[in-house]
Ligand binder design. Structure first.
Ligand code: HAM
Length: 433
């Protein structure tokens, strides 16, 4: 039979990686709790219509799409946002606003596998629904900052833009929706020349072209300076001016929070997902050219799903890429990558006749909350101790006939290499100290 491999783009997480994954996940949960986000769990399989409604061509074309046995067109979720919006449009419709909702799990995209790009992807996702105010946008940004700090990332930076600036120009030019989306998809991939060609062929004005050519050059960390220049460039496009003002309000709040965030404003920044209507955000680190997180404001999705008009802002953090960045960081600092074993005990019977007693004592230890393994390979004492040392275990509890008759076992400290006789009932206490 052929050797089995994981399906292309899918990965196994071995213990050290699984531990890092769960660690990042637990930090995401703590941050959710600190900011008042409640966890929800939604299905991995959703209707294709829901997932594709505003996902944008790129994500749509990469969905794991199939018919279930009932003949329904379904897909593996390529993100969480559509599911959360569905909930708020239906089941949670009459609940008081705002909603602060958190999810963690896998999403699926048929992306071309490479470093930092997979087909099964872990995300921690936060949605803040019900407020159109700049405080909501600032909260998502600050929450992400807290999360990146909590996982221990250094030198991460935010890229921020506003989709309304571009959309304002397009709308005034009466550019049809699907061309707008196609242009934005190209801009998301930084294929600016292709985007301009498409605009020219759609017959937009000279003025529009020159405005956009100037806009995409505007980026930098002088927040006020860049936003002023954006506002000046788009002064004849009313909606774009409003958007620049909105971006300025959001970033003023962020600055006033005194969180010292590394921010770059980028006027030509667009995102692939089609539902965005306002501020958009991505997070980067110097060693990786792909985003560690992405999100933005989407004020019309819930309404589109049949719910009440509900402005919303959200972000998803790419856990796989955060793990990659953390591993890179450790490598750069020469820190050990492996699994940090916690204190552990190996219970070794001197001979097989004492297996029952050994099992009894290891159960006592486990019930007392001590991580304990039983020697189950039938190894002789020297081999068993060698194995315990190799695995950096802290103690061996040796069960011998003679000691047991007096109600004792031998506790061997594998680090100090000393051993003592201990009463059976005191073993848990002995290995804890
Ligand atoms: P997104 O930018 O498509 O946004 O994905 C968010 C993050 O997921 C990315 O920044 C990246 O870290 C990670 N990611 C995406 N695709 C891959 C991949 N193929 N391999 C590894 N990591 C990947 C969303 O998903 C939106 N739902 C975010 C959002 C929430 N907007 C509003 N609310």
């Amino acid at each position: 039979m052929a050797e089995f491999k994981t399906v292309r783009g899918m990965r196994d997480f071995l213990p050290a990686e699984a531990k890092l994954l769960r660690n990042v996940e637990s930090k995401a949960r703590s941050v959710a709790k600190l900011y008042g986000y409640k966890e929800i769990v939604t299905p991995i399989v959703e209707s294709y219509d829901l997932l594709s409604a505003k996902a944008g061509e790129e994500v749509k074309s990469r969905m794991f799409l199939f018919k279930d046995l009932g003949g329904r067109d379904v897909a593996l979720r390529p993100e969480f946002t559509a599911s959360v919006a569905r909930l708020v449009a239906t089941t949670l419709r009459n609940e008081p606003r705002p909603f602060r909702l958190f999810s963690v799990g896998t999403i699926y995209r048929y992306d071309e596998p490479q470093r930092g790009r997979y087909r099964e992807i872990w995300q921690t996702n936060y949605e803040l629904m019900g407020s159109s105010r700049p405080e909501a946008d600032a909260e998502i940004l600050l929450l992400t900052n807290s999360f990146m700090q909590a996982v221990g990332l250094k030198k991460f930076a935010f890229k921020v833009g506003h989709i309304g600036v571009l959309k304002g120009v397009f709308a005034q030019e009466q550019l049809v929706e699907n061309v707008q989306s196609a242009v934005m998809q190209l801009m998301d991939k930084k294929q600016y020349e292709d985007a301009f060609k498409l605009l020219e062929s759609a017959g937009v004005s000279e003025k529009c072209m020159s405005t956009l050519r100037e806009l995409v050059k505007l980026k930098g960390s002088d927040v006020k300076g860049i936003i002023d220049r954006i506002a000046d460039l788009v002064k004849d496009y009313e909606k774009s001016v409003e958007s620049a003002k909105n971006l300025s309000e959001i970033l003023n709040l962020v600055v006033k929070s005194k969180c010292n965030i590394d921010l770059t404003v980028d006027a030509g920044f667009a995102r692939g997902l089609e539902y965005y209507t306002g501020a958009i955000i991505e997070v980067y680190v110097p060693d990786l050219d792909v985003a560690l997180a992405g999100g933005g404001r989407y004020d019309r999705l819930i309404e589109l799903f049949g719910g009440d008009p509900t402005p919303a802002m959200g972000i998803a953090h790419g856990v796989d890429r955060i793990m990659l960045a953390l591993q890179e960081q450790k490598r750069a600092q020469n820190l050990p990558q492996g699994l940090n074993e916690e204190k552990k005990v190996l219970v070794i019977p001197i001979n097989q006749d004492l297996s029952g007693e050994a099992l009894h004592i290891s159960q006592m230890l486990v019930n007392a909350g001590v991580p304990t393994e039983l020697e189950i390979m039938g190894r002789k004492m020297t081999k068993a101790l060698e194995d315990a040392n190799r695995r950096n275990m802290s103690y061996a509890v040796i069960i011998g006939e003679r000691e047991l008759k007096d109600g004792n076992v031998i506790v061997r400290d594998l680090v100090q290499r000393v051993q003592t006789k201990v009463k059976v009932e005191d073993v848990a206490e002995a290995v804890r100290n």
